[in-house]
Design a protein around this ligand. Structure first.
Ligand code: RI2
Length: 308
């Protein structure tokens, strides 16, 4: 896939999920470097253009920004086209490898929180959350899943089919049925698009309502997230841009007057008070530890590059 094709596939949600879009963006940069035969300046320019195209494809998930930062880390100071190529390829492979391994670690760590006989509610389609559910199932724990449809894109359909294929008993509900079923739920597991330095979770629209309902019912609410979903730019006061998509995604073929305004915000913000814990590849951490993850795990390279 060319960079344009990758950016378009992310924009149109053919490639979706915060982790997957990050890996796809990084892969596109890696391929530019591998295929390049020009001099250092033209390679740097091509990489820079590609970076801009990838970053402009979807605005909310910080995983994309962190992935691009990781792929380009230390590249600007290198003396030759060959050294730039080598570094981008090495960085990209390291990021993609870490990201894939993180999924396994999150699965194993999160599965420890699932008890035999638990009913787990999940929202949208998060590969990190599904990794936990699938791992618990593989360990032989009996569990049932309730999955929301997740309007308007209905990513819940992907979730229920994926779980059914693994043999996990799964029930699909419309998003507005969450409060009605919460009394039979033992644990909520969701993914993350971005986690701010103050521990606010940005995830699929409807997540914050589910967190409120879980809190009211005293049901633990866990966020499954690789550390590259934590946002260094929020340390410097940047607000997370919530993507708004077109009205057609909501209306479909319904006969809605042109005089009606239709809003389609894709993500919402859940405050840390409603989050019991975050399942990351470095362990279960409280949402209030987000600052430390950004400073100590992502490290100064991400922070200082942005600060300038
Ligand atoms: P993983 C998705 O966004 C959902 O909001 C999901 O919770 C989040 O990405 C994380 O997904 P979208 O791309 O990285 O469907 O865990 O808008 O797969």
């Amino acid at each position: 896939m060319s960079v344009q094709e990758t950016a378009e596939a992310i924009r149109s949600m053919e490639i979706r999920g915060a982790g997957r879009i990050a890996r796809a963006g990084v892969r596109a940069l890696c391929e530019i470097a591998e295929a390049h035969s020009g001099d250092r300046e033209s390679l740097l320019k091509d990489l820079d253009d590609a970076k801009e195209q990838i970053l402009s494809s979807r605005p909310t998930a910080i995983s994309l920004w962190n992935g691009v930062q990781a792929a380009m880390h230390g590249v600007a100071d290198l003396p030759s086209a060959e050294s730039v190529k080598e570094r981008v390829v090495e960085n990209s492979r390291a990021f993609i490898g870490r990201s894939e391994r993180a999924m396994g670690s999150i699965g194993r760590i999160g599965a420890n929180r699932i008890r035999d006989g638990d009913v787990v509610l999940t929202h949208c389609n998060s590969h990190a959350a599904l990794s936990v559910i699938k791992e618990a199932h593989r360990q032989g724990k009996r569990l049932e899943v309730i999955a929301t449809e997740s309007r308007p894109w209905r990513q819940g359909v992907i979730t229920v089919n994926e779980l059914a294929a693994e043999g996990v008993p799964v029930t699909m509900i419309v998003d507005s049925a969450v409060r009605s079923v919460m009394r039979s739920v033992d644990l909520v597991l969701v993914g993350a698009d971005t986690i701010t330095s103050s521990g606010v979770l940005i995830n699929k629209i409807g997540t914050s309502q589910i967190a409120l309902i879980a809190s009211e019912a005293r049901v633990p609410f866990l966020v499954c997230s690789e550390t590259y979903k934590f946002s260094p730019v929020t340390l410097f006061g940047e607000l997370v841009e919530i993507e708004e998509r077109g009205r057609a995604e909501i209306i479909g073929d319904a006969d809605v007057s042109e005089n009606v305004e239709v809003r389609n915000p894709v993500f919402d913000a859940t405050p840390p008070e409603y989050i019991d814990s975050m399942v990351t590849e470095i362990g279960m951490i409280p949402p209030f530890a987000a600052y430390e993850v950004i400073v100590k795990i992502l490290g100064p390279d991400y922070i200082f590059e942005n600060k300038e």
